[in-house]
Design a protein around this ligand. Structure first.
Ligand code: GDP
Ligand code: GDP
Length: 458
C-alpha cells in the first residue's frame, strides 16, 4: 500500500488529491477503504484504535490516482455527545486536507442522529462531499437510500463494500468530483515531507506479530484468499502517528495457509522476515515471553543488525508472566545477551493482546530510526576516538606501531565510520568494539548499529 506517483511525466511532483472517508462506527468505512485500495484483507469487528491516527493509500482508477484517507480510527473515538472534543479537532484537521469527503452511512440503520451531525459538519466545511450509502447488498435494498436525502448531501451512491457492488460507479463519481474541482493548472509542488519510517515487525510464527499490528493499527485484520502460488511476502500499512509517517511492513498473516510442517513454516517465516527487513529502517523483533529467547529470535535480531537496521526487542505476551507495572529492568541484559549481544537494543515488555506497552514500543522504534539516520557530530566523534586511543592505544603486535590517524563518518542509516589506520591489518575487531563502546558512552546511539571500516594508510 504505497502512495504511487500519479500518471505519467512529472506528475510525481504534484501532490495527489486526498479523499477522506468519514462516518460513524460500523457503517463499513474500513471495509470500503480496503475494497477501494483492493487489498485482500478482510476486517472483522473493529476495536477502538489505540495508536492509529489515520490510514492512507493511493487508489488508481481509469489511469488517474488519488489518495484515500480513512479517518475511521479517529471518529470512532469521538464520544457520541460532546463532538467538540480534542479528538474531534484532530479528525477535522485530517479532513481539512482533503479535496473531497465521503460520508458513509448504513442503509440498514437509516439516517441516525450522528449521521446528521456529521452531514451538517461536512456541509459547514464547504468541501465537496459525496454521500455513500453502504450495505446495499442487493437491488431490493436500494429503496432505502431515499431516506438519506434529508442529510442534504444530495442523492447517495449505493454500494456494498463487502461485495464490491456499486464500487466502480462510486470511483467514477469520485473522479468526476475531483476532476471538476481540481485546479486547471497543476498546484505548486509542496515540499516533499520526510519519507515514512519503515518498520518491519518480525518474529517466529505465533509470537504475536498479527496481534501487534492490530494493536498498532487498531483493527482486526485477517488476510484472506491466500491461495498457494499467490506469493505475498508482506503488506505495507501506511499511517500517521504523532505527526510522523510510518509504514509498517507486516509479514504476519501470510503463513496461515496449507501447513507444510512446522519446521518449514518457521523457515518460510524467517526467509520472509529477512526480505521484509532488507527494505526497512527498523526491525521490531518480537520474542515470546512464554518461550524465552530462541535461536531463531537471536538469528533474526542479528540479521537485522547486520543489514544495518535499527533494532528494538519486544518481549510479547508479558501478561502471561508479569504485570505492566512490574519492574522488568533485571531481565533486560539477559534478553539482550540472548539476542546476540545486542547490548544497544532497547528491550520492551509488552502485551499485544492486552495492548500494553505498544505506544512506548512504537515511540522507541521511531527514536531508534532517528538515531540511525542522524549524522554524528564530527567533533565529538573525533575527540571521543582520540580520548579512547589515549586511554588504551591499540595493541601493536610486531615491530611498527598500529596508529589511528583519523576517523570520519561516511554514511548514515546506519552511522558508518571509517578509521584511517597505519598497520591496519593488525587492528583487531575487539579494538573496534572498544571504540564503539566509548562512542556510545558519549553519543546516544540506542537502537542503532554502528558500522566500522578501516582504511589503511602508510
Ligand atoms: P467501520 O467501523 O465504519 O470501519 O466499519 P467496518 O468496515 O469495520 O464494518 C462494520 C461491519 O459492517 C463489519 O461487520 C462489516 O463486515 C460490515 N459491512 C461492511 N460493509 C458491508 C456491506 O457492504 N454489506 C454488509 N452486509 N456488511 C458490511
Ligand atoms: P503471529 O503468528 O506472530 O502473527 O502471531 P499472532 O498474532 O497470530 O498470535 C499468536 C497467538 O498468540 C494468538 O493466539 C494470540 O492471541 C496470542 N497472543 C498474541 N499476543 C499475545 C499477548 O500479548 N498475550 C497473550 N497472552 N497472547 C498473545
Amino acid at each position: 500500500m504505497r502512495a504511487e506517483p500519479a500518471g505519467e511525466g512529472n506528475a510525481a511532483a504534484v501532490p495527489l488529491p486526498k479523499v477522506a472517508i468519514v462516518g460513524r462506527p460500523n457503517v463499513g468505512k474500513s471495509t470500503l477503504f480496503n475494497r477501494l485500495v483492493r487489498r485482500r484483507v478482510a476486517i472483522v469487528h473493529p476495536q477502538p484504535g489505540v495508536t492509529r491516527d489515520r490510514l492512507e493509500a493511493a487508489v488508481t482508477w481509469r489511469g488517474r490516482s488519488f489518495v484515500l484517507v480513512d479517518t475511521g480510527g479517529l471518529l470512532d473515538a469521538v464520544p457520541r455527545e460532546g463532538m467538540e472534543g480534542v479528538v474531534w479537532q484532530q479528525a477535522s484537521a485530517a479532513v481539512q486536507e482533503a479535496s473531497l469527503l465521503l460520508l458513509v452511512v448504513d442503509v440498514r440503520d437509516g439516517a441516525m442522529a450522528l449521521d446528521r451531525q456529521l452531514a451538517n459538519w461536512l456541509r459547514r466545511s464547504g468541501k465537496p462531499s459525496l454521500l455513500v450509502v453502504n450495505k446495499v447488498d442487493a437491488p431490493a435494498h436500494e429503496a432505502g437510500i431515499h431516506e438519506f436525502a434529508a442529510l442534504g448531501l444530495g442523492e447517495g451512491v449505493p454500494v456494498s463494500a463487502a461485495s464490491g457492488r456499486g464500487v466502480g460507479e462510486l470511483l467514477d463519481r469520485i473522479l468526476d468530483l475531483l476532476g471538476s474541482r481540481m485546479p486547471a493548472q497543476a498546484p505548486a509542488p509542496s515540499p516533499a515531507g520526510p519519507p515514512p519510517v519503515r518498520i518491519a515487525i518480525v518474529g517466529r510464527p505465533n509470537v504475536g506479530k498479527s496481534s501487534l499490528v492490530n494493536a498498532i493499527v487498531g483493527q482486526q485484520r485477517v488476510a484472506v484468499d491466500e491461495r498457494p502460488g499467490t506469493t505475498r511476502d508482506a503488506v505495507d500499512i501506511d499511517f500517521e502517528w504523532q505527526g510522523r509517517r510510518i509504514s509498517l511492513v507486516d509479514t504476519a498473516g501470510i503463513r496461515k495457509r496449507a501447513r507444510p510442517g512446522a519446521r518449514d513454516v518457521e523457515q518460510l517465516a524467517v526467509a520472509r522476515a529477512f526480505r521484509a527487513m532488507s527494505r526497512s529502517d527498523v526491525a521490531i523483533v518480537l520474542i515470546d515471553a512464554t518461550e524465552g529467547v530462541t535461536f531463531q529470535d537471536a538469528r533474526l535480531a542479528g540479521r537485522a543488525a547486520e543489514l544495518g537496521l535499527a533494532v528494538v526487542l519486544a518481549v510479547n505476551k508479558w501478561d502471561r508472566i508479569g504485570r505492566p507495572d512490574q519492574s522488568v529492568e533485571r531481565y533486560v541484559p539477559e534478553v539482550r545477551h540472548a539476542a546476540g549481544r545486542l547490548d544497544w537494543a532497547p528491550v520492551h515488555f509488552i502485551s499485544a493482546l492486552e495492548q500494553w506497552g505498544v505506544r512506548e514500543l512504537l515511540r522507541s522504534a521511531l527514536a531508534a530510526a532517528d538515531r540511525r539516520a542522524r549524522p554524528l557530530d564530527p567533533e565529538i566523534v573525533r575527540s571521543c576516538v582520540d580520548e579512547a586511543v589515549r586511554l588504551r592505544p591499540p595493541a601493536s603486535p610486531g615491530r611498527a606501531a598500529v596508529r589511528i590517524t583519523g576517523v570520519r563518518q561516511v554514511a548514515s542509516r546506519p552511522p558508518t565510520l571509517v578509521l584511517s589506520v597505519q598497520g591496519a591489518d593488525r587492528l583487531d575487531d575487539a579494538y573496534l568494539r572498544y571504540l564503539e563502546r566509548q562512542l556510545r558512552s558519549r553519543i546516544d546511539l540506542t537502537g542503532t548499529p554502528v558500522r566500522w571500516a578501516v582504511r589503511p594508510v602508510a
